[in-house]
Ligand binder design. Structure first.
Ligand code: SF4
Length: 203
């Protein structure tokens, strides 16, 4: 299996739909010419990669399938990053006893810990970009990404992208339920054992 190919699954259609909405909305925002309405997102900006990242079981399985295709040295490196993040996440849970992940205070507290996503590369790139979670595909900021780092003020977004992201995540949960799986999902650290297994497989 080549690095770029991921086993086909229904979750890919949901991700592709969301990608199309994001691309169309970003193109329209850029065409407006208004600097305040331009998406601030670009390769190398990783402010959002220090947040709690919710994902469904199907998304986690898709990531695991992608991880298994990576070269051995990269898998070893990512395995260490998955361990590091899971350890720091567990310490944070123990010390902070956080509330619901829907809770703003919980999210802000996690953001302040500066715990990077295990898939964030040295040059602030996403190392699982083709298989990244739905929430990562839709997350964006208009004008400036400063508020992504500090959360001092609300992040301005394109409402159509926000709605499409919520819909995509609902669809992913519905799909998981229809396939007989749990619709609860989790955070990246929840799936650390699945990712480790995938990283230890392959050639
Ligand atoms: S999966 Fe990729 S885009 Fe999403 S938080 Fe991790 S590094 Fe960032």
């Amino acid at each position: 299996m080549s690095r770029a190919s991921i086993p086909s699954s229904p979750i890919e259609a949901i991700a592709a739909d969301l990608d199309r909405t994001v691309a169309g909305s970003f193109a329209a925002a850029k065409a407006s010419g208004d600097p305040a309405e331009q998406p601030a997102c670009r390769r190398g900006c990783s402010f959002c990669c220090y947040q709690l990242v919710p994902l469904t079981v199907l998304e986690a399985q898709r990531i695991a399938a992608y991880l298994a295709t990576l070269p051995r040295s990269e898998r070893r490196d990512l395995g260490q990053a998955v361990d590091r993040q899971a350890k720091r996440f567990a310490s944070w849970v123990q010390e902070s006893q956080p509330g619901s992940i829907q809770d703003r205070r919980t999210n802000l507290d996690y953001l302040r810990q500066r715990i990077p996503c295990p898939f964030l590369g040295k040059e602030n790139e996403c190392r699982i970009y083709p298989a990244r979670p739905l929430v990562c595909r839709g997350h964006h900021a208009l004008g400036t990404s400063e508020n992504c780092q500090t959360a001092a003020a609300p992040i301005r977004v394109i409402p159509a992208v926000e709605r499409a992201t919520t819909t995509a995540m609902d669809q992913a949960r519905g799909l998981t339920g229809a396939m007989g799986g749990t619709t609860v999902g989790g955070l990246i650290s929840t799936f650390a054992p699945l990712f480790k297994t995938a990283l230890q497989s392959g050639k």
